[in-house]
Design a protein around this ligand. Sequence first.
Ligand SMILES: Cc1ncc(COP(=O)(O)O)c(C=O)c1O
Length: 356
Amino acid sequence: MTKQEFSSKIEELSKLQGYQKPEYHHGVLKLDSNENFVVNKQLQQDIINFAQKNSDVREYPLGKSEKLVESIASYVGLPKYMVGIGNGSDQILDIILANFASRKTKILTSNPTFSFFEERCKLYDIPTIKIPFTKNMTLDINDFLSKSKQADILYLDSPNNPTGFQFKKDELSRIVSKFDGMVIVDEAYGEFSDYSLASMTKKYNNLIVVRTFSKSFGLAGLRLGYVLANKKFIDVFTRVLQYPYPLNALAIEAGVFALQKIKQIEETTKIIKEERTRIIKKLRESKAFDVFDSKANFVLFDARGADKRIYTALLEQGISIRKLGKIGKHEGCLRVTVGTKDMNSKFLLAIRDLLK
Ligand SMILES: Cc1ncc(COP(=O)(O)O)c(C=O)c1O
């Protein structure tokens, strides 16, 4: 690469936006990144203590990730040779895109979809076909099936970020079984929804399910993701594509321990689902918003032109939510993460006061 080519490449890359993280605000109620604060401090402390006790960070974590893979396999009910791990599901998605997609492969997805995925497609110059959401923030299966004929890869976040929409299980299964190409189903929010396609990876070799510890396990800071797929794919993923040590020793141990505490984690998921129903109900009662159903740990609503005012006013009161702007026919969308009961009550009270 000549100096000129090097400069041109940097120039070309600098035109990309990259993934837009939420603005950082110190000391606010964080309802902007779909994290999980219902997993309490004590459980977090127990996880960290266990990880600390069981690791020696002077060593590479040789032979450690296998233990985590085994624990994940028993959690999802698949053999361990169908499980791969990564530094967050972001990294897994990146590896898949970098190695299985190119300028010549078209990816069919929804509009919007997980924005990191969209940005990565731009980075690798991968063309995408995007199916828009309807006015009710749902997707039309027939649109998907007919457009899928033009695509080589299908990517769906199930449930979708940022809308919270999830196809019915038989619909998504139909898409997977009919599509002649690779299907990536991103179940980052799978535990908050009604079903998982994990077990379908036994039947369909073209199905790749990506999951994470960042959401229902409340371990976003540890960067723990995993992928479920056929044996041959996982072998290539782990042996050839993935780094030798993608997860640090502490994160591996933390993941193993968190899976031992699955009952406690599941209780927090239950609370989040109940709170999600409460938030949707209360926001709808205000009659000031269009509030969409959600199968994830967040709720999307259209503030009908008041989005910027509401976002700023909440921030002034120390509550940070996500401002998303136009989605389909809805001009002013906001997304709020379902937090603890107390956090959600503060958010709902603040909204009520703003509408007075
Ligand atoms: C749909 C979806 N997939 C993947 C991720 C990334 O998860 P991780 O923390 O495992 O990288 C997110 C995070 O917000 C997401 O919304």
